[in-house]
Design a protein around this ligand. Structure first.
Ligand code: CA
Length: 234
């Protein structure tokens, strides 16, 4: 049975960027809706139920961060932010408002397609109520039932914090998590400002999980934003 190709909503006011997205995405089998303004985006979202939003942050009638917050009041649709270089603060604000990921302009088609695949797959897992008993990535296996972690078959001895940190990143494999999101999930909401906690524990975790902790291949730093567990397609 053929599944219809995923319907994406592009929210972007620059005609050139929209042309690039249209050419790249339609040729890879996606169906597209396009909006230039937040108000239009909301209309299309409620009338057509796209499976993912590609969202520019600077729109003529408001910013993408507010739009993200508004959408998250009633929808879990994946939101992939299109941001310009040097807008780290905006990226973090968009992610904290509920966006799923971001991609920095200018970007290539392959990077865009990989990000879209990760976001769509993650949304499917969430919708399926993901009750996996184990998570695996890059030679590492997490047994969620026994709370044990193995690398190449050998058990890793993680502290409870390191275990929570690793499971959180693995559950969101391929997606960036902000410092604030990590702190509030692992330590609790009142720790949201303690960025150094994450740095310190991530360093310890890398020593145990990475073959070469100085050149991580799994636990990636997203400068000024947070961390991402590298997914096989990202
Ligand atoms: Ca813009």
């Amino acid at each position: 049975m053929n599944q219809p190709s995923p319907l994406l909503l592009v929210v972007e006011d620059e005609p050139q960027m929209r042309r690039f997205l249209r050419a790249s995405l339609v040729s890879h089998g996606y169906r597209l809706l396009e909006a230039e303004r937040s108000s239009e985006a909301l209309q299309l979202l409620t009338s057509h139920h796209p499976e993912l939003l590609l969202l520019d942050l600077g729109l003529p009638d408001g910013d993408g961060i507010d739009l993200t917050r508004q959408i998250r009041g009633w929808s879990r649709v994946p939101i992939l932010v299109l941001s310009a270089r040097g807008q780290e603060g905006d990226k973090v604000a968009a992610l904290d408002a509920g966006a799923d990921d971001y991609i920095t302009k200018p970007f290539g088609v392959n990077e865009l397609l990989a990000r879209i695949r990760v976001a769509l797959r993650h949304a499917q897992l969430v919708a399926a109520g993901s009750s996996a008993e184990e998570l695996t990535f890059g030679g590492v296996r997490i047994d969620l039932v026994r709370r044990e972690v193995f690398r190449g078959g050998e058990p890793l001895h993680l502290t409870p914090i390191e275990y929570k940190l690793l499971v959180l990143l693995a559950r969101h494999a391929g997606k960036v998590l902000t410092h604030r999101q990590i702190l509030s999930e692992v330590w609790g909401p009142s720790y949201a400002a303690h960025q150094h906690y994450v740095r310190v524990h991530m360093a310890e975790l890398r020593k145990k999980v990475e073959a070469d902790p100085a050149r991580p291949r799994l636990l990636m730093t997203e400068l000024g934003v947070g961390y991402r567990l590298r997914d096989r397609s990202s």
